[in-house]
Write a protein that binds this ligand. Sequence first.
Ligand SMILES: O=C(O)CC1=CCC(=O)O1
Length: 91
Amino acid sequence: MLFHVRMDVRLPAGMDPDERAEVLAREKAYSQELQRSGTWPHLWRIVGEYANVSIFDVADNDELHDLLSGLPLFPYMDVSVTPLATHPSAI
Ligand SMILES: O=C(O)CC1=CCC(=O)O1
């Protein structure tokens, strides 16, 4: 199943710089592992925003929820999920 996911990152302004760097490094490693496995086939920056749009390819809602809630940045993001179906005109 494919899902469109938008993530808006909202790190606290006063966050400790070392803690910020550490969580960002863990986020990068986590997302790159999922990208390599094909579970996260698209990850795009939204121009002018600290946000991304992503496509996830997972078995079901529960797998997506587990992956998203495991993101190191999950406590610092607003996440919006849109399930995708096949468009009848798609070729
Ligand atoms: O910077 C972001 O958009 C948040 C994020 C998701 C995966 C990643 O590596 O960073």
